[in-house]
Design a protein around this ligand. Structure first.
Ligand SMILES: Cc1cc2nc3c(=O)[nH]c(=O)nc-3n(C[C@H](O)[C@H](O)[C@H](O)COP(=O)(O)O)c2cc1C
Length: 337
């Protein structure tokens, strides 16, 4: 999948055109790690990179108000190594929030793209009228401001809308495309739908047919078979995977091998991968930032075991990272007995 910067050339302000080197991202294989608060951080990205198969990263959502003042050396939201590329930072903004300082910061952070969160229905976004709650006209204005402020590819991540309404959904997507968005990710659920509901991959297909920019399909991909079905039903250009990649950080490698014939899968040892993740947390984060992230990861990773809830609750009750590692070790020893 190529995320072309052609549209950027047409849309950028004339004064900026010549000064900017326009990047053309080659995202191969077209498999992206989803933005997930508390999960899509440097340690998980490095773990996934070691296992292979991933083509594109998205940060967890970042407030445009906080971004300019975050310290990228210690901030768990911003810290990132050069290998974690290509990399889109995801931002969210309310209608009256100034996005320019955040965009300038992302240029300094060597972003390869900027993603606007237009799909998240979390209460914290409702208050700010951001994410899924951003009014149509504010979305249009924000995209225009973003387009004028950056030479980088812009992507948008959406859900299917408040209700199933094909006309409204396609009008929204066309507005994004016409406004200069270069890549669209569609999470195949309605705004109010919980994750337990099956995603509507066929509805992602309706969007794919209506726009000319690349579309990533998102939602409910936990296996190679899910990936194949989703691609078949949506006709999408690629996939964005969230929880499935936390449960199985090697899932990208499996999909890359079986669908895109572009990668091999290393030997998978589930306990070793868990301890490698702990090492990466230690490498990447300040001590006080590690345990919470391990607990969140374990919540999903424990699904690899029949009695994984013992691992999840055991780690949940730990007060230190060492205690959590010991708890995990005794769980792994027990299941091997
Ligand atoms: C813990 C968690 C945090 C999330 N945070 C974000 C976020 O910051 N931005 C966003 O656009 N979506 C966020 N999402 C939604 C995911 O990006 C994705 O759309 C959703 O999980 C469905 O994909 P999946 O079935 O592959 O997990 C989050 C999901 C989870 C489970």
């Amino acid at each position: 999948m190529y995320i072309s910067a052609d549209t950027v050339i047409q849309e950028a302000k004339p004064s900026n055109r010549l000064e900017r080197i326009l990047p053309v991202l080659e995202c191969q294989p077209p498999l992206a790690l989803a933005p997930m608060v508390g999960l899509s951080h440097s340690a998980l990205r490095l773990l996934i990179l070691e296992l292979g198969g991933v083509g594109l990263f998205f940060s967890e959502m970042l407030s445009v108000m906080r971004l300019p003042i975050e310290n990228e050396i210690v901030s768990p939201f911003l810290c990132r190594t050069p290998e974690e590329s290509p990399f889109f930072y995801q931002i969210f903004a309310g209608p009256n929030q100034d996005i320019i300082p955040a965009v300038e910061r992302l240029h300094l952070l060597n972003a390869q793209g900027i993603d606007l969160n237009l799909g998240c229905p979390a209460p914290v976004l409702r208050k700010q009228r951001a994410g899924a709650f951003m009014p149509f006209d504010s979305v249009r204005t924000t995209i225009a401001t973003l387009r004028a402020a950056t030479h980088l590819p812009i992507s948008a991540k959406i859900r299917l809308g408040k209700t199933l309404d094909k006309k409204a959904l396609l009008a929204f997507c066309k507005m994004l495309e016409d406004g200069g968005v270069n890549l669209l990710t569609v999470h195949g659920r309605l705004q109010g739908e919980k994750f337990c509901r099956k995603p509507r991959w066929d509805w992602i297909g309706k969007v794919k047919q209506a726009v000319t920019i690349p579309v990533l399909a998102n939602g409910g991909i936990f296996s190679v078979s899910d990936a194949k079905k989703c691609l078949e039903r949506s006709g999408a250009d690629g996939l964005m995977i969230g929880r499935g990649a936390v449960c199985k950080p090697w899932l990208f490698a499996e999909i890359a091998r079986d669908v895109y014939h572009s990668s091999s899968v290393p030997e998978i040892n589930i306990p070793d991968i868990y301890f490698r993740f702990i090492e990466l947390l230690q490498d990447r984060f300040l001590p006080e930032r590690r345990l919470g992230r391990l607990k969140q990861f374990t919540h999903y990773y424990s699904s690899n075991f029949l009695f994984g809830h013992h691992l999840a609750s055991g780690v949940q009750n730990c007060r230190t990272l060492d205690e959590a590692a010991e708890t995990a070790m005794s769980f792994f020893n027990k299941i091997q007995e």
